[in-house]
Design a protein around this ligand. Structure first.
Ligand code: PMP
Length: 448
C-alpha cells in the first residue's frame, strides 16, 4: 500500500533510492521495509511522537516493536546512561557492582527469578534460556506455540503455514521455516530432537504431545500473552495445565516475556497469572529502548551455566555493557517506584474505549485482547483462542483501517498480529483527536 501524504515525501524518496545501493531492500533489517514509498525514515522520536524526515509527525503505538515503556528520549533514563558512560566507561570485559544491583531489581519485581544472566537482545536471551534448559535436563527436544515469535535464531524460526490452510477443517497446518537459509533439520514435529509447534489453549494437543514426547522434551517455550499474535492470551486453566505437565515430566517451562515483561505488570505476565516458569526471558521494556536483555529463573537450573567441565556456555563481548546495565537500572527503578505502568494501563483502557466507539459507530464487530499496555484488536465476535482462530477474522479491514490511521498521523503496525503498545508518555495525547482520526480512517476503510 502507498501512504500518500505521510511518507513518500521528497526526502523519504531520495533516502530510499539511495539506501537501495547499500542495503538489501534498502533497510537495515527486514521488518522496516514497508515498500519503497511507505518505508518510514525517522528524524526524531520524543515522548510518544515520531517525526519523519519530511517533517510529518506521528503519535506512535508501534514504539519500535515494543521496548519503549516510558517514552522516547526519557530524560531520567538518558541522563543515567550518559552519566555512566561518560564518567565510567562503556565496557571492560569485567564485572561491575551495578550488575548485581540490576538483578536485585529484577528479583524484587519478578520473584520467580533466583539467578539471572544478561544478554544483548531477546534473540540472545532465548538462545541462553533454551541452551540452559537443555544443559539442565540433558534432553534435546523443544516445543513452542503457533503464532509466537522467539527471535531470529534458526531453531525457533518455524511457523504454522496458514496460507491456504483449510480453516474449516480440523487439520494441523504445515510447519514451515520463516525464510530461506535456515538449517533445515531443526524442525519438525515427529523428530525426537526437533521442534514441535503446539496450538495455544488446546488441551488435547498438549496431552498427546506430553504423552508421546514429554520424556524427550527439554523445554516448552511460550509467550503467555502472545505479543506476536494480537495479544491472544493463554487461559489460566491451560497455562496451569502446561505448568503441571512440565513439572510432572521434568520439562523446563520457559516464558518468553520479551514483549510482556515490565509492561503488562511490574512482574510481567507471571504476576497476572500467578503461574511461574522455570526460566524466563526479558528484553524490550527492561531498558526503555536501550539494548538490554536477560534470562533467568530457578537457581538449580541456572547454576548449570559456568566455565566448569560440563557447564553451559554463556558469554559475549557486549554482554552487560554499561549502556545496557545503566539503562536497565534507571528504567527498572522508575517502574518499581512510580505508577508508570498503572498510567500505561489507564491510558490503554481509554484508548480501547475510543476505538470501541469508532468500531461501534461503523457496526464493525470487534473484540480486544490482552492487557491495556499491549492490547490486540480483533474484528471478530470472540477473542481468538489461538493463532488458527486469528486466521478466521477480518484482518483485511484492519489493514485498511491501519493504513488510513498512518496517513492521518497515527503510527502502528498495519498487521493486526502486532499489538498496540502504550507508553507512559501517551498520557499527554489528545484522545478526542485520536477519536476523530480513527472515525475518518474507519469510514474510509469501510467505503474502500
Ligand atoms: N521473543 C519475543 C516474544 C519477541 O517478541 C521478540 C522480538 N519481537 C524476540 C524474542 C526477539 O527479540 P529481539 O528482537 O530483541 O532479538
Amino acid at each position: 500500500p502507498i501512504v500518500v501524504g505521510s511518507t513518500g515525501g521528497t526526502k523519504q524518496s531520495k533516502l530510499m533510492a539511495e539506501a537501495h545501493n547499500h542495503m538489501p531492500q534498502g533497510v537495515a533489517e527486514n521488518y522496516r521495509y514497508w515498500g519503497d514509498e511507505a518505508t518510514v525514515f525517522v528524524s526524531k522520536s520524543k515522548g510518544c511522537v515520531l517525526t519523519d524526515v519530511d517533517g510529518k509527525e506521528f503519535t506512535d503505538f508501534r514504539l519500535g516493536y515494543g521496548p519503549i515503556i516510558l517514552g522516547y528520549c526519557d530524560e531520567r533514563v538518558d541522563r543515567a546512561v550518559c552519566d555512566e558512560i561518560t564518567n565510567r566507561g562503556v565496557i571492560s570485559g569485567f564485572s561491575t557492582a551495578l550488575d548485581a544491583e540490576v538483578i536485585k531489581q529484577v528479583k524484587r519485581l519478578c520473584p520467580q527469578i533466583e539467578k539471572m544472566r544478561f544478554a544483548n537482545s531477546g534473540t540472545e536471551a532465548v538462545m541462553g534460556a533454551v541452551r540452559t534448559a537443555r544443559g539442565f535436563t540433558g534432553r534435546t527436544k523443544v516445543a513452542i506455540v503457533e503464532g509466537g515469535f522467539h527471535g531470529l535464531q534458526d531453531e525457533v524460526m518455524w511457523k504454522a503455514n496458514l496460507e491456504g490452510w483449510n480453516m474449516r477443517s480440523d487439520t494441523t497446518p504445515e510447519v514451515i521455516p520463516f525464510g530461506a537459509g535456515q538449517r533445515p533439520n531443526t524442525a519438525v514435529c515427529c523428530n525426537p530432537t526437533g521442534l514441535t509447534l503446539l496450538s495455544l489453549n488446546n488441551f488435547q494437543m498438549l496431552d498427546e504431545y506430553f504423552h508421546q514426547y514429554g520424556h524427550l522434551t527439554a523445554a516448552v517455550m511460550i509467550e503467555p500473552i502472545i505479543g506476536n499474535a494480537g495479544s491472544i492470551a493463554a487461559t489460566k486453566e491451560w497455562l496451569q495445565h502446561l505448568r503441571d505437565l512440565c513439572t510432572k515430566h521434568g520439562t523446563m517451562l520457559i516464558f518468553d516475556e520479551v514483549k510482556c515483561g515490565f509492561r503488562v505488570a511490574k512482574g510481567g505476565a507471571q504476576e497476572l497469572y500467578g503461574i511461574y516458569a522455570d526460566l524466563t526471558t526479558y528484553a524490550k521494556a527492561m531498558g526503555n529502548g536501550y539494548p538490554v536483555a536477560c534470562f533467568g529463573g530457578r537457581k538449580d537450573v541456572m547454576d548449570v551455566i559456568g566455565s566448569f567441565k560440563g557447564g553451559v556456555v554463556h558469554g559475549g563481548t557486549f554482554t552487560a555493557n554499561m549502556i545496557a546495565i545503566s539503562a536497565a537500572h534507571a528504567t527498572l527503578d522508575i517502574l518499581e517506584s512510580t505508577d508508570a505502568l498503572a498510567t500505561c494501563d489507564r491510558v490503554g483502557t481509554d484508548i480501547m474505549a475510543v476505538l470501541g466507539r469508532v468500531f461501534d459507530a461503523h457496526n464493525v464487530q470487534h473484540t480486544f485482547s490482552g492487557p491495556p499496555a499491549m492490547f490486540g484488536i480483533h474484528f471478530a465476535k470472540d477473542v481468538p483462542q489461538n493463532y488458527r482462530d486469528w486466521r478466521k477474522e477480518e484482518y483485511e479491514l484492519y489493514g485498511k483501517f491501519a493504513w488510513n490511521l498512518i496517513k492521518y498521523g497515527v503510527m502502528l503496525e498495519p498487521d493486526s498480529r502486532e499489538p498496540w503498545f502504550i507508553c507512559e508518555a501517551h498520557q499527554t495525547m489528545d484522545l478526542q483527536w485520536l477519536e476523530d482520526v480513527a472515525m475518518r480512517s474507519m469510514t474510509e476503510a469501510c467505503a474502500a
